[in-house]
Write a protein that binds this ligand. Structure first.
Ligand code: SF4
Length: 308
């Protein structure tokens, strides 16, 4: 079967806010290697009615990214002006074909990247179910792991993206496997650099700090609960220097906010002791409240009788 340029895997409502979104798969006939991920089919989760650039400008990217903090910090690693925008343009020019069962053969034995742009949590899990069932492996990450709308079945396909130790502990409690970003070296400002690993973590082997030992298509540790390992990978924040700075900026503010909450807003400090009523006091109050409510009820019943 000749591989099409791209396949429309899903066209329907976003699980995040119910707006129309599309999921496109590209790179199906492409055998080129990405130095970190290896050769993988890419999937793009985008708003249906506007390009990713416009969606970001007008805030409609909420349908595909949710309230991911990196949107606000400006530290998202995806450059939407390049691949996502061009993919959307190709979709608008009818270059992609709708998914058919026979297309599953094209995914057989391949590695897939779930959400090269967009959060896989926005898409019904049966979409990932289908293509992953025949694939050789995949990588998937979600920042929506602590949201109420999340499908628990997504734990089998995605890693919880955690940006600090607090998030990591929360996600572990909820049963996720995690992919944690750490700052690396501690900063002179006194901000904790989070350079240590927990007993259940290992350094991502495709990272610079692990000397790029392998690629994701060979490692296959980021397949949610379907991976063979139960340990969680960790990577030092990387990419463009401007994005790293924004990431640090945002995460430092989160840590300061947490510290601020602990010192000024700790509910344990403010908690007042409730006054215990003595038995004699309770007895005194009881007949008054009961009488009042009965009287109200009687008044209403009387009104109904007249006007019914
Ligand atoms: S842990 Fe493995 S699969 Fe996950 S990002 Fe690193 S190399 Fe890729």
């Amino acid at each position: 079967m000749k591989a099409p340029l791209g396949i429309i895997l899903y066209k329907g409502k976003s699980l995040i806010d119910g707006q129309m979104i599309i999921v496109l798969a590209t790179g199906i006939g492409d055998k080129t290697e990405n130095p970190k991920t290896g050769n993988m089919i890419q999937t793009w989760i985008m708003t249906l009615r506007m390009s990713p650039i416009e969606a970001k400008k007008y805030g409609h990217d909420f349908s595909v990214c949710g309230d991911c903090k990196h949107k606000h910090f400006g530290s998202c690693y995806v450059n939407i002006a390049h691949a996502p925008h061009n993919t959307y343009k190709a979709y608008m020019n009818d270059r992609y074909v709708p998914f058919e069962e026979s297309h599953l053969e094209l995914f057989r034995g391949r590695n897939i990247r779930l959400g090269s742009y967009g959060d896989p949590a926005a898409v019904p899990t049966y979409v990932w179910d289908k293509i992953c069932s025949v694939s050789n492996g995949w990588t998937g990450y979600t920042h929506q792991w602590n949201k109420r709308f999340i499908d628990p079945a997504l734990k089998d396909y995605c890693m919880a993206s955690c940006d600090n130790g607090t998030e990591y502990l929360k996600a572990k409690k909820m049963g996720w496997r995690c992919f944690r970003i750490r700052m690396g070296e501690a900063k002179a400002s006194g901000f904790n650099g989070e350079k240590y690993l927990s007993y259940n973590e290992f350094v991502c082997p495709a990272s610079n700090e692990a000397n790029n030992k392998t690629t994701c298509s060979k490692c296959k540790a980021c397949m949610g609960n379907n991976a063979k390992t139960s340990k969680d990978p960790v990577i030092i924040v990387h990419g463009l220097q401007s994005k790293i700075s924004k990431f640090r900026w945002g995460m430092e503010r989160i840590v300061w906010k947490e510290k601020y909450r602990v010192s000024f807003d700790d509910p344990r400090k403010k908690k007042k002791k409730r006054k215990k009523l003595k038995f004699s006091e309770v007895k005194k109050l009881e007949p008054i409240t009961v009488k009042k409510s009965i009287k109200k009820y009687e008044d209403r019943a009387y009104c109904y009788e007249i006007y019914d």
